[in-house]
Write a protein that binds this ligand. Sequence first.
Ligand code: SAH
Length: 253
Amino acid sequence: MEERPAPKAWTANIVTLFPEAFPGVLGLSLLGKARDEGLWAYNTFDLRPYGVGKHRNVDDTPAGGGAGMVLRADVVAAAIADASAGAPQDRAKWPIIYMSPRGKPFDQAMARRFSEADGMTILCGRFEGVDQRVLDHFGIEEVSIGDFVLTGGEIAAQVLIDATVRLIPRVLGNQASTEEESFSDGLLEHPQYTRPALWEGRAIPEILQSGHHAKIEAWKRVQAERLTKERRPDLWRAWCATHNRDPDEDREL
Ligand code: SAH
C-alpha cells in the first residue's frame, strides 16, 4: 500500500519580540496535553534578529510625529514572510492576522473559522503598533480581543489560540461540550451545578436531580434564554431574529 504522509497538525506561527511569552498558559492542561499529543503546534519567530544595524533596531519614530515608536515595515515583513513560508497561499487555509485594538472583534464564529484552517501566522504588535504598509502588502486581517488597549499582542494571541485550538477535533475529550456551550447556539450557557447537593442552605434545582431528561433539557433552554435576555440584549435580539421569536414577548423565563 502506498504510504501517505500524516496530515500536519494545526500550527500557529507567531511573530513576536517576546518569544519567551509562549507557550504561557497554552502549555497547561488540555491544550498542553493536546500539544504533547501532536494535535496542534506553534513556532515563534523572534522579531529581534530581523532588526537593522548593529543594535538590530525593530522600531522607529512615527512619521508625522506623535508619541511612542512604530515597528518598521521592512523588519516585520521579513519575519512575516519567514513565518508564512511554505504555508498555503489561500488565506482561508492559512490566515495572516495582526492582533490589534482596531481589528474586527474576535468571537466564537471567528475561532471556528480559524480552527478549520491548516494553521495561521499571528503578528503580535508592541509600542504604538506596526507600519500600515506591511498590513496592506500582505493583506493582513486585524483582529481585536476587545475594546481596551494592551501593551502588546502576546496575551491577545494566546486568547485567540486558546479559543481556536479547543475547537480542533479531539483536543477536548468531550466533543459535545463545544456544541452546548455559550455562543455556539447564539445563547449564553445555562447555570451549572455539582456536588454537594445542599451547600450553605442552597439546593441544586430539583429538576436537575429528577432524571427526567426531556424536562432537564427544557429547563436548560429556558435558563439559557433568560440569562441571554438579561445580560446580552444584543445576542438575544440576534437569536430571536433567527429563531422566529419576538424578543419583547414576555414568556415566563
Ligand atoms: N496605538 C495603538 C495601540 C498599540 S497597543 C492603537 O491605539 O490602536 C500595542 C500592541 O498591543 C498592538 O500593536 C497590538 O498588537 C496589541 N493590542 C493591544 N490591544 C489589543 C486588543 N484589544 N486586541 C488585540 N491586540 C491588542
